[in-house]
Design a protein around this ligand. Structure first.
Ligand code: AMP
Length: 301
């Protein structure tokens, strides 16, 4: 695996990878890597391109009340994991490379960024869009992979790419989960053993609600019931909503592409998750989508 820490090193590495005529895929990350990130690298390689992963803890996407200093960092372990996952290039810019003095251009996405995470984490999506735009300019990838785990982020990036005519294909990768359904996340390590036992209820409740909605049960009572179950188990629910899958507007009915999204705190840890609700196939009406439970083999072990 190649490593680059400077823009000139990056240019050289990208040229070397492209020399064989292969395209280049980018997987943006903030480190603290787990098997979910490896699935993104696998998706890039499956698309037939060399895979580059960036590790950059982006200060711009932390809201004022969020602790940048507490974000887990272990570069040696991350590099080992990237190499094991089959990554071809690790791009490790520092803050001065990403935001040099005089840097003055930021990307503000409205539409899908306005509600939910955007409302609760002021500046978050401006930070995400601004760093992803810079990464695309630096690496100039043919495609980039983002996790469905962060559904709203995926739609924000798609919107930005479409609006700015950026020449990059965005691939959304299904959420990788623990066997009990908990979505893999760098934050899971902060759960106490008791919280860790409770945490899978979030995905279970979402999956059950999605199945009920696909059966035609009414939306609002179903959302109320799901929220009450989580509350009773000790979650502080921030939002639990049925939305259209691209614009993230609240949806009154589970139309094709609809998504159930949720954010809830469990002790000190804020968890987010989402599931697809239904897909309309000709002649079949609504049917539950495979929420892709289960875990792919962990390439790190
Ligand atoms: P992060 O480093 O947490 O900012 O995440 C980097 C990328 O990994 C984002 O595109 C996330 O959506 C994706 N990701 C995080 N967790 C998972 C997961 N459990 N399954 C799939 N992708 C994930």
């Amino acid at each position: 695996m190649l490593e680059a820490r400077t823009l000139s090193g990056l240019r050289e590495a990208c040229a070397a990878l492209r020399a064989g005529g292969r395209g280049l895929g980018l997987v943006p990350t903030m480190g603290a890597l787990h098997a979910g990130h490896a699935a993104l690298i696998a998706a890039a390689r499956d698309a037939g391109v060399a895979a580059a992963a960036s590790i950059f803890v982006n200060p711009l996407q932390f809201a004022p009340d969020e602790d940048l200093a507490r974000y887990p960092r272990d570069e040696a372990a991350d590099l080992h994991r990237l190499a094991q996952a089959g990554c071809d290039l690790a791009w490790l810019p520092d803050a001065a490379t990403m935001y040099p003095p005089g840097s003055a251009t930021y990307v503000e996405v409205a539409g899908p960024a306005l509600r939910w995470e955007g409302e609760r984490r002021p500046g978050h999506f401006r930070g995400v869009a601004s760093v992803v735009a810079r990464l695309f300019g630096q690496v100039r990838p043919d495609l980039a992979c983002f996790g469905e785990k962060d559904w709203q982020q995926l739609q924000v990036v798609r919107r930005m790419v479409q609006d700015l005519h950026l020449p990059v294909r965005i691939i959304g990768v299904p959420t990788l989960r623990e066997p009990d359904g908990l979505a893999l996340s760098s934050r899971n390590r902060f759960l106490s053993p008791a919280e860790r036992r409770t945490a899978p209820l979030l995905s279970a409740v979402l999956a059950e609600a999605a199945a009920a909605l696909a059966r035609g049960e009414p939306v609002d009572p179903m959302l109320d019931l799901a929220g009450a179950r989580l509350g009773a188990a000790g979650f502080a629910v921030e939002y639990l909503a049925l939305v259209d899958g691209t614009g993230l507007e609240p949806a009154a009915t589970p139309e094709p592409g609809a998504r159930l999204i949720a954010a809830a705190r469990l002790g000190p840890v804020r968890l987010i998750d989402n599931v697809g609700v239904c897909a309309k196939e000709e002649g079949q009406g609504l049917r539950p989508l495979d929420p892709r439970w289960g875990r792919a083999p962990d390439p790190f072990t």
